[in-house]
Write a protein that binds this ligand. Sequence first.
Ligand SMILES: Cc1cc2nc3c(=O)[nH]c(=O)nc-3n(C[C@H](O)[C@H](O)[C@H](O)COP(=O)(O)OP(=O)(O)OC[C@H]3O[C@@H](n4cnc5c(N)ncnc54)[C@H](O)[C@@H]3O)c2cc1C
Length: 457
Amino acid sequence: MDLDTDVLVIGGGMAGLAAGIRSQERGANTTLIRKGQSATSYSSGAIDVSGYLPGGSQQLLSAREGIEAITSLYPLHPYSILGFGSADNDDVPGLAIERVGQAVEWLTKHLKSTPAQLYGGIDSNLEGITLVGTKKPTALLQQTIWPGEFAVDDEGVMLFLGIKGVSDLNPKIASKTFLDNQARTGEPPHKVGNASLDIAPFGHGYNLSTTNIARWLDREENLVTFIEQVKKKAEQFGATYVALPPILGLEENLKNQKALQEATGASVFELLAFPPSVPSFRLQRGLERVFIEKGGHLLIGHEAEPCGIESSKITEVLARSPRRKVEITTRSVVLASGKYIGGGLAATVEGLRETVFGLMTVTDEFRESGKTRPQRLTNVVSLSPESHSLFGCGLSVDQFLRPVNPDGDATAENLFAAGSILAGYSYAMEKCGLGVALATGHYAGETAAANATGGGV
Ligand SMILES: Cc1cc2nc3c(=O)[nH]c(=O)nc-3n(C[C@H](O)[C@H](O)[C@H](O)COP(=O)(O)OP(=O)(O)OC[C@H]3O[C@@H](n4cnc5c(N)ncnc54)[C@H](O)[C@@H]3O)c2cc1C
C-alpha cells in the first residue's frame, strides 16, 4: 500500500502527538505512526515542566524559574535549544519561556474537552500527591488529580481512602508518610486519616486494578453506592480532602469528581500513580482524540523500518504492521520515537544506537556514544540527584531540532527530532519529561509543517 503525506511523525507519545496536532493545525497533511505503547502512557499523567535543576535537590517554585536558570546554565538542554530561535537572538531564556509557555497553554486548551482536562501553568509549580504519600512539583495536573489548596488550609483534614483489593494504595503507609512530611515542614493539613472502602465491584474484594474500577465507575448506575460509601467515610473523619487511587473513570472522571464533591462537601481527588496509570491512559487517549479531530491520520501498530539516509533529504519511509507494508512518501519527518522504553534508542554491549535512521547518538556530555558501553553510563548509586548519564543520552540537534552529524551539520534538511530522544537532560531527576516532549514536539510540528508546505525552516 502507498501513502503520500506532507509530514510523517514517527512516534505516538506526547512529543509525536504534539507535533502531529500542531503540524495538522498549520495546514500540513499529517500522518503519525506508532509501533506500540509509549513512556507517555506509563507516566503518572502529570505534566512536569521543570521541578528541579539538574543535579539539584531543591524544588523549584515554578517552571518559569527553572527554564530561566536552565537556559542560562546549560546551553545544550532542549529548553535552551528552543530559545536559540535565530543566530542573532540574545534573549535565549526569554524565547525559551515564551515557547514553552505557549505550548503549555495550547495543550491546556486542546485537552479541555477531554477527560484529561488540565489545571496549572508555568508560573507556579503545583504539588501533586502520590500513592505513597509523597509530594512532587509539577506544572500541570489533570483536573481530577489536583488536590486543591490544602497547603494553606489550616483547618484542613486529609483522608487517604483506599479500596480493599486495590494494592496500589496502602492508605496507612501513605497517610503516615504524608503526615511525617507535614510535621517536618510545619505545613497544613495537620490532621491526616486513613480508611478503606469495601466495595467489591466485581463480586470480590481482591486483585482489583485501578483501570477496571475506573471502567466500572464510567457506568452511572455504579456511582450511587460508591458516593454513599465515600460520603460515610468522609463524614466519619470530618474530611475536607479525600485522596483516592486514580479510579474516577476513564471517560466520566470529571463528572464523577463533581458528584462526589457535591455529596461530601470535600475536595475529592485522585493520587498520582505508578505505571500504567489511569491518568496516563486518559492523557494518551485525549491527545490521540485531538489529533484525529484535527484531521490527522493515525496508524497504530505500524513500525518505521530501519533505513539509512542517502541524500540530504528523506522522501520515503517504510512502515510495517503485522499484516501489511506501507510505503510512505513524505516532505518532512518528525522523529519522536522516544528513548529506551519507547524504542527510539537501543543500548547493547556495543553502544547506543538510534533505531530508525541510524543517527549519531551522544552522551549527556555530548560525546559520541555509538561505541560507549551503556554500563559505563550508569551511576553506582541508583537513586541520587546525579541521576544516570544514560538518561541524558540521545540525539544532538541544531536550533531547528534537526539531528546533526559529527561535523555539526543537519543530517537531513527535512528531519526534525522531538521529545525524549533528545540528549542533554534527565527527566527522572529534573522532573521535566512530558514538558520537554510537549514543547519540543509543538515546535517540531511547526517547523516540519512550514518546511513541507514551502515556508522553509
Ligand atoms: C515510569 C515513568 C514514569 C514517568 N512519569 C512522568 C510524569 O509523571 N511526568 C512527566 O512529565 N514525565 C514522566 N515520565 C517521563 C515521560 O513519560 C517521558 O519523558 C515522555 O513521555 C517522553 O515522550 P516521547 O513522546 O518523547 O516518547 P514516548 O512517550 O516514549 O513515545 C515514543 C513513541 O515512539 C514509538 N516508536 C518508537 N520507535 C518506533 C518506530 N520505529 N516506528 C514507529 N513508532 C515507534 C513508540 O511506540 C511510542 O509511541 C515518566 C517516564 C517513565 C518511564
